[in-house]
Design a protein around this ligand. Structure first.
Ligand SMILES: Cc1cc2nc3c(=O)[nH]c(=O)nc-3n(C[C@H](O)[C@H](O)[C@H](O)COP(=O)(O)OP(=O)(O)OC[C@H]3O[C@@H](n4cnc5c(N)ncnc54)[C@H](O)[C@@H]3O)c2cc1C
Length: 372
């Protein structure tokens, strides 16, 4: 096993999109950083995402303005792959200030007055190593609740969605879909990055009991009717109900991204928010550690956590509002009777794209880079 450092300025737990962005931003801010991740290096998730202008600006600040190559939509897999590549490249530049531990999991936390003592498990060897970090960025998507960190509470209705990726090249332009007017479900197809495949997404009405097995069956029937073939990335059925921390963290842990709160998938903002949080977290921790005195340091961290928490509260408010407009969104898609679906049944929504282009079409603001 490669030795992990035992003393760092910041330990980033989780190298999803938020954690990778945090590790890169922390390194750029001159912090001695260790990032750990229990999964392997390959990015595997396949949801389509919008990248918000603020997130594109944050990516610009960590030297990755090209992540979406100027597009407004991409896939989580694409963003995560690009961020992981950049983090791996930054970590292998000699014995620099960034080190990464793949197949390593945070398994225990001991909060001390001036540091966090973390126990890190090497999943391959089974060994546990202590790491002393001045601050911890929790980018685990909420998985530290199992280690006694505050639990996120429900902030919205159940909302079951299914998604999968197929290797078949798209036969359509843009995004197409259809709706089942009786069940109020809609089914969307997106091209993947580079048009090498198709992502399918089935959205069920929020706040109603759902028979997940029957929903999966309908999803697979639609995929078969459209000749999508076998999924190349697994079919994921998930209740994307919103949940968030009841209050901002007030210790040496800075939670970011889904660890603070999940935003409804219809908002298409969870990944963007995790990147925005990540860059703010690294810059805030660097500013705090530069102060030296523990009390002043904690005041900066408290302010940082409050700002990140407020971003998620606003995101979740937006998510709840969007769910209220879902009946209108649903009617944007062509109607189709289940059992009579063909490729001709899926089509673009007449008014949705001009509206989205209007809302998201503004160029991102590029603030000066305070880390440069
Ligand atoms: C169906 C669906 C559709 C979505 N659609 C969109 C969309 O259109 N647009 C959008 O912006 N967002 C979307 N999201 C949300 C988006 O996926 C998340 O908001 C985003 O992945 C959060 O990133 P993160 O880095 O905070 O957490 P995650 O991506 O969850 O990463 C957490 C990482 O922490 C690691 N980890 C877990 N436990 C530990 C531990 N003990 N120690 C160390 N590491 C650990 C995990 O292995 C993982 O890699 C969607 C989500 C779902 C489920």
């Amino acid at each position: 096993m490669a030795e992990l450092p035992t003393h760092v300025d910041v330990l980033v737990a989780g190298l999803g999109p938020g954690g990778c962005a945090a590790a890169l931003a922390a390194r750029a801010a001159g912090l001695v950083t260790l990032g750990i991740e229990p999964r392997g290096r390959a990015a595997t998730r396949s949801q389509l995402i919008l990248v918000r202008p603020a997130a594109r600006a944050a990516l610009g600040q960590i030297g990755l303005p090209d992540v979406t190559e100027g597009r407004r939509t991409t896939t989580i897999q694409q963003v995560e792959s690009r961020l992981r590549e950049a983090a791996i490249a930054a970590a292998t530049e000699g014995n620099g200030p960034l080190q990464l531990g793949w197949q390593h999991r945070l398994v225990a936390l001991d909060m001390q007055a001036d540091h966090v003592l973390a126990s890190v498990l090497d999943e391959a060897s089974g060994q546990v190593q202590p790491v002393r970090a001045r601050h911890l960025i929790d980018a685990t998507g909420g998985r530290l609740e199992a280690l006694g960190r505050p639990a996120r509470v429900r902030r919205g209705p159940s909302h079951h969605v299914i998604t999968a990726q197929y290797a078949m090249p798209p036969w359509f332009e843009g995004i197409v879909g259809l709706r089942d007017p009786a069940r109020h479900e809609f089914y969307l197809l997106f091209p993947t990055w580079g048009r090498r495949g198709v992502i399918a997404y089935l959205d069920s009405p929020p706040g109603r009991p759902v028979d997940t097995a029957a929903l999966l069956q309908r999803f697979e029937t639609l995929a078969a009717a459209l000749g999508l073939g076998e999924p190349s990335q697994p079919v994921i059925a998930v209740d994307v109900y919103q949940r968030g921390l009841p209050r901002a963290s007030r210790d040496r842990v800075v939670p970011i991204g889904d660890a603070v709160g999940t935003v409804d998938a219809l908002m298409g903002a969870g990944l963007s928010m995790s990147i925005e949080d990540a860059v703010d977290a690294a810059r805030g921790i660097a500013a705090a550690q530069a102060l030296g005195a523990a009390v002043r340091e904690q005041a900066v961290i408290d302010k940082l956590n409050a700002a990140i928490h407020a971003r998620h509260r606003a995101g979740m408010r937006g998510g709840r509002l969007l769910l209220l407009t879902r009946p209108v969104l649903e009617r944007a898609w062509p109607k189709a009777q289940p059992g009579a679906v063909t490729r001709a049944s899926v089509g673009p929504p007449p008014l949705l794209w001009p509206t989205i282009r209007f809302v998201f079409g503004r160029r991102p603001q590029q603030p000066p880079n305070p880390l440069a």
